[in-house]
Structure formats: C-alpha cells, structure tokens
Ligand binder design. Structure first.
Ligand code: NAD
Ligand code: DAU
Length: 338
C-alpha cells in the first residue's frame, strides 16, 4: 500500500483530493499534513477522517523538524499554499514563506528520504494574462506572473524544476485554471457570491466585470492530479483546464438566477490592482498523453455547487462566524493557536 503525503489537505482542493483518492484507489493511504491556517478546515474531511487509511498531522511545510518527525511516506502531492490573490496584494509575506520557502523545504525533505513521485500543484496564473484574441496558455508559454501570489507560485514551480534538473528528483507539475465546487472558502468569487446572494447581501464585482476565467469543477481537477501522480512523465508540466471561459459578470448573473435573487444585489466596486484580464488553458497535452477528460459541464457543475451551498449552509456559516476553528479542538483535543 502506497502512503501519500498530502500537504494542504484541509483546504478546498486538498480535501476534495483526499476524498477522491481514498474512494478511487484501494491500495493507498494518506497523511494529511496541514498547518491549519485560516483556510484550513478539518470539517472539510468529516466522514473520511474515520477511514483507517487517513491520518492528520498538523504541521508547517516550512518547518524542517515537523516534516522529519513524519513516519514513512512514499509520494507527495503538494497543495499547501497561500492561495488568495487579494490577500497577497495586501501582504505578500506569508506567500513567500509558504509557497517559496515551504516548497523548497518540502523538496529537501523528499530528497533526503529519496521519496518517489512529488506532484506539485500549481496554477495557470504563473503564465500571466491574455488579451481577448490571444491563444490559450500552453506548457511552453513563458512564465510572466502579475500578482505576488502568482509570482510566489511561479518561484515554487522553478524550484521544483530545478530539483529535477539538479538532483534528478521525480517531480511533476500541474497548472490548473479556476476551481469551483464544495468546500471552497467563501472569499473566492463563486462561493462568496453564492453566500452573499443567499444572505441578500451585495455582490462586489471588480472593475467592469468583464475579466474572464476558465472554470473547472474541483473533482475534475482532483482526477487530473491523480492521473498525473500515477501516469505522468517525470519532470513534465501538465496544464489542466475546464474549457469553460466565462466573464465574471456572466457567472455572477447565473448565481443570482440559481439563488432566486435579482440584479439589484450587484455592486461594481474598485478593480483589483494589476487584475489579470483573461485566463485560458490549452490542455491538449494531458488529454492526449494521459487520456484526461472533464466529467462536469460548467452549467451543471455550477447548479450543483449552488445546491451544495444551500444544503450545507451550516458549513459556510461556521466558516463566516469562525466557529469552524473549534473542530480541531473537538477532534484532536488540542487548542488551535493562531
Ligand atoms: P486553500 O487556500 O483552500 O487551502 C490551502 C491549504 O494549505 C489550507 O488547508 C492551509 O491550512 C494549508 N497551508 C497553508 N500554509 C501552509 C503551510 N505553511 N504548511 C502546511 N499547510 C499550509 O487553497 P486551494 O484553493 O485548495 O488551493 C490548493 C492548491 O492548488 C494551491 O497550491 C493553489 O495554488 C493551487 N490551485 C488553486 C486553484 C483554485 O482555483 N483554487 C487553481 C489552481 C491551482
Ligand atoms: O486561475 C487559478 C487561480 O484561481 C488560483 O491559482 C487561485 O488560487 C484562485 O484563488 C483563483 O484566482 P482568481 O484571482 O482568479 O480567483 P478569485 O476567486 O479571487 O477571483 C475570480 C475573478 O473574480 C477575478 O477576476 C476577480 C473577480 N472577483 C473576485 C472576488 C473575490 C470579483 O469580481 N469580486 C470578488 O469579490
């Protein structure tokens, strides 16, 4: 049985990945190594946390001693990161520490232990921004990050690349577009708009609302990451996309329809500084080499996601009130210091 070290497994995508891999692959077990920052929520794992193949360890990827204290592991799937662009614009410090220093500390740990595959989960934001007629980002597109978040992820990608080139480490990198789905922290566009609409609050749309993102359901992204873990070629980068480019305002209007609210809730607000205009992904490589396909259309996936936030209202209300931080204490009997 392979033991996978999943970093950042208490976050949005990491928790969905753990659910996916434990359900889809019989002969793996998982160590979820997560610092439990504001974005880490162990409630995201309720139900799977009783699986004997699951273990949680609280720890920081930038802490060499905490990594050394881990028991045996075979492979790493690395999600842990500071992930919100607006926070990086306010203060980039934590982004450099976790995304850059943390990734290098994790690479050093993997090298000392001569571990197997190291899957680095990165983002299309490292490529920068596109104009309306530009071709989509391919794996050959030059890295040109525009936000401190994107710059820190680009730095981590380059460190991963260097680990392969210098030390021959068995690394693989994925670069995915915007995810949506269950358990996404309600600071990101889709869950923020759903929660605000449900509460009858204003929906803040940056700039003219015409910035374009490519949307992929988180379960499709998780399947892609595991495909790369199992079958990807060592040293390669794989783009992952949803082939669903939408202007932000179109997404917001659809959420209003799905929640039964009107356009009067829309508020156009000051634009994000340096706001990337458009992302689009050329994902031909992962589709042709590894046979990847998405299973969720954006229309059906968004409707299902709105339904999830309606059914699981208590989940995001506990996030908004801060009560979710108590889950760690109840489950593990320890206090969650900041
Ligand atoms: P998230 O913010 O929801 O979760 C991040 C998790 O990492 C949290 O559980 C947090 O506690 C943990 N973490 C943060 N710092 C840590 C540290 N120093 N040590 C250990 N754990 C730490 O993020 P997400 O949206 O799930 O994104 C996961 C990964 O996927 C990130 O690397 C992100 O760059 C990448 N990604 C995200 C998207 C997206 O649309 N959300 C798209 C492409 C790629
Ligand atoms: O492309 C992948 C990236 O997608 C990931 O690497 C990041 O971790 C993830 O946060 C996401 O980055 P974005 O900046 O694209 O996501 P966000 O949800 O913050 O914003 C999506 C778009 O919506 C963007 O154009 C900004 C806009 N927006 C966002 C918020 C939070 C608004 O108009 N209003 C808002 O309140």
């Amino acid at each position: 049985m392979k033991r996978i070290l999943v970093t950042g497994g208490a976050g949005f995508i990491g928790s969905n990945y753990i659910r996916h891999v434990l359900a889809a692959v019989a002969d793996v077990s998982v160590v979820n190594f997560d610092a439990l920052t504001y974005a880490g929520n162990l409630e995201n794992l309720a139900g799977v946390d009783t699986d004997p193949r699951y273990q949680f360890v609280r720890g920081d990827i930038a802490d060499k001693a905490a990594l050394e204290a881990l028991g045996p592991v075979d492979e790493i799937v690395h999600f842990a990161a500071e992930s919100h662009v607006d926070r990086s614009i306010e203060d980039a410090g934590a982004f450099l520490r976790t995304n850059v220093t943390g990734t290098q500390t994790l690479l050093d740990f993997a090298r000392r232990r001569s571990l197997g595959r190291f899957v680095h989960v990165s983002t299309d934001e490292v490529y920068g921004t596109l104009g309306p007629e530009d071709p989509a980002f391919s794996e050959e597109t030059c890295i040109a990050p525009n936000s401190p978040y994107a710059a820190s992820k680009a730095a981590s990608d380059l460190l991963v690349r260097a680990a392969h080139h210098t030390h021959g480490m068995p690394v693989l990198t994925t670069r995915c577009s915007n995810n949506y789905g269950p358990f996404q922290f309600p600071e990101k566009l889709i869950p923020l708009m759903i929660a605000n609409a449900m509460e009858g609050k204003a929906l803040p749309v940056y700039g003219d609302g015409m910035n374009v993102r490519d949307w992929i359901h988180v379960e499709d992204h998780c399947r892609a990451v595991d495909l790369v873990r199992q079958k990807g070629r060592i040293g390669e980068v794989y783009n992952v996309g949803g082939r669903s480019e939408r202007a932000n305002i179109t997404v917001v209007e659809r959420i209003l329809e799905l929640t039964g609210r009107g356009r009067e809730l829309i508020r156009y607000v000051k634009d994000r500084p340096g706001h990337d205009r458009r992302y689009a992904i050329n994902d031909a490589k992962i589709r042709s080499e590894l046979g990847f396909t998405t299973l969720h259309s954006f229309e059906a996936g968004l409707a299902a996601t709105v339904q999830w936030y309606m059914t699981e209202r208590a989940w995001w209300e506990r996030v908004r009130s801060g009560a979710y931080r108590g889950y760690y204490e109840r489950m593990y009997g320890a206090r969650l210091g900041e």
